[in-house]
Design a protein around this ligand. Sequence first.
Ligand code: NAD
Length: 359
Amino acid sequence: MNILSYMETHGHEQLAAWTDREAGLRAFIAVHDTTLGPALGGVRVWNHPTEEAALIDVLRLSRAMTYKSAAAGLHFGGGKGLILGDRSQKTEAMMRSFGRFVESLGGRYITTEDVGMTSQDLEWIAQSTRHVVGLPVSQGGSGDTSPMTGYGISMAMRACARARWGSDSLNGRTMAIQGFGSVARAMVKSIQAHGQEVSLVVTDINPAALEQAAALPGVRTVPPDQIYNTVCDIFAPCALGGVLNDDTIPRLKCAIVCGAANNQLLAPEHGDALQKRGILYAPDYIVNAGGVINVSCEVGATYSEQAAREKTARIYDTMQRVIATAKREGISTAQAADRLAEERLASVRKVRRVYMGRA
Ligand code: NAD
């Protein structure tokens, strides 16, 4: 694969690689776009089958962060970190080394937690860099991002419910959840906290997570591959990306797709495929912005949960805007979301060029 051509085509500014044999660390950081501010995005630990798969993943995830922050109205660009390996192999030395990697970029990239990471890992990273957010509350950070992400998804679901069924209510709806991790659990909690009773069908590749789900009242569990065939109102992908593709879209039996996972569409045309099937797709980066909104409230201000919650609640309005644009322009919701983000980026770039006398 020609990495530089890929980066040029997709507007990536920078890709950095880091190895530390003593600490056992192999990692990438991708800085996609810093038009709106420093690149903000979590670091993920994942055992990709090849280095190329890992590279593509980190580049795609960083680009999604640019769009996410832009559409959410934040003053940050998009970036992502990736530690290659299994989460069971993580050590303090590895995390401190990753912190040095972040520090070496001089603030162009601000890191936080993502799949496979814990707050303990972030604490270790913070020993080597200042450019880290989402630390535990006891360390002066905003803590776990999952509750705010879960809350934001529940707000997006309500906007989708209004568009599809004429009411914000999720009461009596059936939701099929792929991946019962921290965000999925927070999402369910947030929905239930609003007095909404939903029937849940859950799958997970981790037996412990599945057991945890099965212990909840009214939850049915299914094997991982059966989640796509589950008859439901809302399908919530809350595990990994690429799950909406040629194989899975024809099998879906839902009215709405709305979930936490980043980069859910395997390719852009899968947004059109969902539209053709009459399924309302809630673009992932609009829906799951609660986490980044939460940590962004730490930078340059004293963190306030109330302020973060108010900003996150606006995901409802953003989702409504996306649906309205898609309807008006006859495009998919995925395209409408991209348009929203790209218009903001273009307008700021234009002002910057004028300011620098290059218009
Ligand atoms: P997590 O690791 O706590 O949970 C993910 C769960 O998905 C795990 O239980 C895992 O076993 C399961 N899983 C993995 N592959 C699966 C598969 N093929 N089928 C079924 N289950 C599978 O992660 P999380 O923090 O809950 O994040 C979930 C998703 O949301 C990720 O894609 C993440 O990037 C995205 N996201 C998270 C946040 C956040 O605030 N944590 C914010 C935005 C987006």
